[in-house]
Design a protein around this ligand. Structure first.
Ligand SMILES: [Zn+2]
Ligand SMILES: [Zn+2]
Length: 421
């Protein structure tokens, strides 16, 4: 007979087990703190969207849309896609709920899974997680500075040191068009040396040739014209303000005039944060301004900027840098019971103490006192609470301080207070 195959998680997706989940919670809590201090509020959008949102929002010709989307028809043959990134959904929600009419500036953040149908490999999963922020409603360079400083200070709060910030400006739409023309011109006589993808990119969005990972394309890109030669005065000054603010805030950065980012919607400021441990090609954070996107998706003209951080990449970098996560707090107390009646009472005592917001565990199996004490030790609790016939009769509990071994009898009424002191 054929052996039954075990059911496993889908390829390129994984389970997050409790040991590991604690590190995630710490990272997410740090993110929420940082967002709060910068005035950003959370937004949660569906995990699936109509496919045409991403086609319109990310760009019909982008790698994400052409190769990497999880697209499916629902029971009524409508085309939906598991979101491959966060920005398009946020912009859709911004327009749908007319957030622009509520406040001149919307500062939003999100944390959640994204999906891309890629070949799974080290550090690349089909379900992966991002933390992102979007600020919609201003074209001020002060906002570009704020969003970069926000991302940067998140990593600093986590305890990172080896951070590398690169920044550039792609200019306004006119500058971008000029620059694209210059790139087409530059690559026109080198066409046979470009990879197949880049031949197409040169047609649709030549800036993305600069992002190609193929060696021969990278060599050709090294001699390509830079964005700097195609910035108008206003865009040059915009970038200048952002850089001066970063300087004054003590945030080290380098202006990389060939940094373009992989998505079609960026205008003006783009940036990436790299970590030395992950190598030059994989950013832990990337973002930039997208002044035309809201209009492109069907909303009113709204300048905006944002970024996203890969949670897996950030955790990997933390590990490589040796950044410690504070240990997960254990329970405050473990209740050891002797006898059936005491073990019944232990469940009620636990309930009482939990209501007082203490973390308490107890034995369910009627094991020996020795086995229960061993369990208390293993859980590294501060207190073992011993409950036997005598204690039941006196309505008290024997409290053992694990660190010193000191024991005292405490009345039930006083117990929560005693444990908290
Ligand atoms: Zn310009
Ligand atoms: Zn290429």
């Amino acid at each position: 007979m054929k052996r039954k195959t075990n059911i496993t998680a889908p390829r390129g997706m994984y389970d997050l087990l409790p040991d590991e989940a604690w590190r995630w919670q710490h990272l997410e809590a740090t993110a929420r703190e940082t967002f709060r201090s910068h005035g950003y509020s959370e937004i949660r959008t569906p995990i699936i969207e109509e496919t045409r949102l991403f086609a319109r929002g990310i760009g019909e010709s982008s790698d994400i849309v052409t190769k990497e989307m999880y697209t499916f028809a629902d029971r009524k043959e409508r085309s939906f896609t598991l979101r491959p990134e966060g920005t398009a959904s946020i912009v859709r929600a911004f327009i749908e709920h007319k957030l622009h009419a509520r406040k001149p500036l919307s500062k939003l953040y999100y944390i959640g899974p994204m999906f891309r149908y890629e070949r799974p490999q080290a550090g690349r999963n089909r379900q992966f997680y991002q933390i992102g922020a979007e600020a919609l409603g201003s074209d001020s360079p002060l906002l570009d500075f704020e969003i970069i400083e926000l991302a940067y200070s998140f990593f600093q709060r986590l305890g990172f040191k080896g951070l590398d910030l690169s920044i550039n400006s792609l200019g306004c739409s006119k500058d971008r068009t000029d620059y694209a023309a210059a790139l087409r011109e530059h690559f026109s006589d080198k066409l046979p040396m470009l990879c197949g993808d880049c031949k197409e990119r040169l047609e649709k969005n030549p800036l993305r040739v600069l992002d190609c990972k193929v060696e021969s394309c990278r060599n050709l890109a090294a001699a390509a014209p830079t964005t700097k030669q195609h910035l108008c005065d206003e865009c040059g000054e915009h970038l200048g303000v952002v850089c001066r603010l970063l300087d004054r805030a003590g945030i080290k950065h380098n202006v990389d005039t060939r940094l373009v980012r992989g998505l079609d919607y960026y205008t003006r400021t783009v940036f990436e944060i790299h970590h030395s441990a992950l190598g030059a090609r994989s950013a832990v954070c990337g973002g930039g301004r997208y002044d035309g996107l809201v209009e492109q998706i069907g909303g009113p003209p709204t300048p905006a900027t944002g970024f996203s951080i890969g949670i897996e990449a950030a955790l990997l970098a933390m590990q490589k840098e040796g950044v410690e996560t504070p240990a997960e707090p254990g329970p405050d107390a473990y209740i050891c019971s002797i006898g059936d009646e005491a073990s019944f009472e232990a469940a009620l005592l636990a309930t009482e103490l939990r209501k007082a917001n203490l973390a308490v565990e107890f034995d369910y199996e009627g094991r020996s006192l020795k086995a229960q004490m061993k369990q208390a030790n293993k859980m590294r609790v501060r207190f073992a609470l011993i409950l036997g016939d005598d204690e039941l009769a006196q309505n008290s509990v024997r409290v053992r301080e694990m660190a010193t071994g000191e024991e005292s009898s405490v009345s039930r009424a006083e117990l929560a207070k005693r444990l908290r002191d």
